[in-house]
Ligand binder design. Structure first.
Ligand SMILES: [Zn+2]
Length: 473
């Protein structure tokens, strides 16, 4: 800082400190007696986050910013926490709510919130959410109504949520005052995380922007133009779909040419696209209508269309006669339309390795087998037969089976700390991000692990379609 600040000034640049609230196991390692200021959940156990009302935590935070601003001439600070209030903690993060420390209990008394009623409400809601998450079906009458009922029976839950956001605001005020006392010109701003701007409905309701204007010179809103959609889906909507929105389908009703109906689940396939996969078995016109949990969502609900299925003109038996199934008498394979199928297979154990070149050699061999009357070709996927895992002879376009690991982030978009185990201790591995759109590769360095250690991806993929390739050197 001593070197950076004057060098930045010389170039006409400003320098802002970013202070992010510590929490979790990491904070414990770096902050002495951190345990002392942790929140207490409704069962009296410690949570991983510090209590906003704990005077020692407030003292530590304001002391830290005083120290920073009296030591260095920063132009300003961006201060904030990324965590939800008690309702969001339960709903989105499946975590127990707080806080019931003596300072919070005093606050409850001051605000006329009965601590026993609040605790009973937390028990009721937490148990209800747990039951929903493990149940196969939603409860009779629907999950959402039962959820609302708990809120009506225990309005203390909402009152306390509101007070949690007030406590957050008061803490910001303390930090603001502490810095302004030292340097009135320093710009104090609030970091507003993506959970606050986009995802957590309790946060959006509990922390209005206009209120933030009172004790901040600026607010820094995290919009995350690319990652918000996937995060909203994987962190929040899935969690709600497992709990209070349980049993609310996003699916498609298909009416077949013979008038019969099928319900096909649709799935979210990135950004604003929902997709369904459907294999038609009859010729004719199919009609479909989409059905969404939110009937008011015109983009998803009630979309209609038709699909025309015409007879196959090619000679692909699967298209002409339908997929394979077992005959009714259980003695042979047949197509869906009843045409018998004779399984005569040729095995190409190395068919998926570099030993068989695509397309020339592959197609030549396939044509040959077809002419000879074979109906099936079998491949070994992963390790080819007769060689040891990691043998060079198994190499194909994706590397050597068992030696190259490809990690797709589709299910875990935006998770920079994606961890993997199962590596051979002492071996050197090389990690590279691969961008399938451009073909660019980004070296992530090598790593060696000890027994039982896990590998953490050093940086999150820029886009969810990036693939992490791990090679043994
Ligand atoms: Zn507390």
């Amino acid at each position: 800082m001593k070197d950076l600040l004057p060098a930045a000034r010389e170039r006409g640049m400003t320098v802002y400190e970013r202070l992010y609230e510590p929490h979790g196991e990491e904070a414990k390692q770096h902050i002495k007696k951190y345990d002392k200021v942790l929140e207490l959940d409704h069962e009296g156990k410690k949570r991983a986050t510090p209590c906003l009302r704990h005077p020692e935590y407030q003292g530590w935070l304001t002391g830290t910013v005083r120290d920073l601003f009296s030591t260095y001439l920063f132009d300003g600070i961006q201060f904030g926490a990324e965590r939800s209030g008690p309702m969001g903690e339960m709903l989105y993060w499946n975590s127990k709510p707080g806080c019931f420390c003596p300072y919070c209990r005093q606050e409850m008394k001051d605000k006329n919130i009965d601590p026993d009623r609040l605790r009973a409400g937390f028990y009721e809601l937490y148990q209800f959410l747990q039951a929903l998450r493990t149940a196969k079906e939603p409860p009779a009458g629907g999950a959402w109504h039962r959820y609302l009922r708990v809120l009506m029976q225990y309005p203390e839950l909402l009152q306390w949520e509101w007070q949690w956001h007030r406590a957050q605001n008061e803490l910001h005020q303390m930090v603001y005052n502490a810095i302004k006392e030292i340097d009135p010109k320093a710009q104090v701003g609030r970091h507003v995380a993506c959970i606050e701007t986009a995802m957590d409905m309790y946060y959006r309701a509990g922390a209005p922007f206009e209120e933030m204007a009172g004790n901040n010179d600026f607010i820094k809103i995290i919009t995350y133009h690319e990652i918000t959609g996937p995060r909203l889906h994987s962190w929040h909507l899935q969690s709600l779909g497992d709990s209070i929105y349980k049993g609310i389908p996003h699916d498609l009703i298909v009416v077949q040419p013979d008038g019969s109906k099928q319900i096909i689940p649709a799935f979210w396939s990135g950004e604003t696209t929902w997709t369904f996969r459907y294999s038609a078995t009859l010729e004719g016109v199919y009609s479909f209508t989409t059905r969404c949990s939110d009937a008011g969502n015109a983009g998803l609900h009630g979309k209609q269309g038709t699909i025309e299925v015409t007879p196959c003109t090619g000679d692909n038996l699967l298209y002409r006669h339908g997929t394979l199934t077992i005959s009714e008498d259980g003695t042979h394979f047949e197509h869906l339309d009843g045409t018998p199928f004779f399984w005569l297979a040729d095995s190409w154990w190395f068919g998926m390795s570099d030993r068989l070149r695509w397309p020339g050699e592959f197609q030549l061999l396939a044509r040959d087998r077809k002419q000879k009357g074979f109906t099936v070709i079998q491949f070994a996927l992963g390790f080819p037969c007769d060689i040891k895992p990691m043998d060079e002879r198994g190499r194909n376009a994706a590397g050597i089976p068992g030696r190259t690991i490809a990690v797709y982030f589709y299910d875990k978009p935006g998770e920079g700390r994606y961890q993997m185990g199962g590596f051979i201790p002492g071996e050197i591995y090389l990690a590279t991000y691969y961008d399938p759109r451009t073909g660019d590769a980004y070296d992530q360095g090598t790593f060696v692990l000890e027994e039982g250690e896990k590998y953490s991806v050093p940086a999150a993929p820029i886009r969810q379609d990036w693939v992490l390739i791990i090679d043994q050197k």
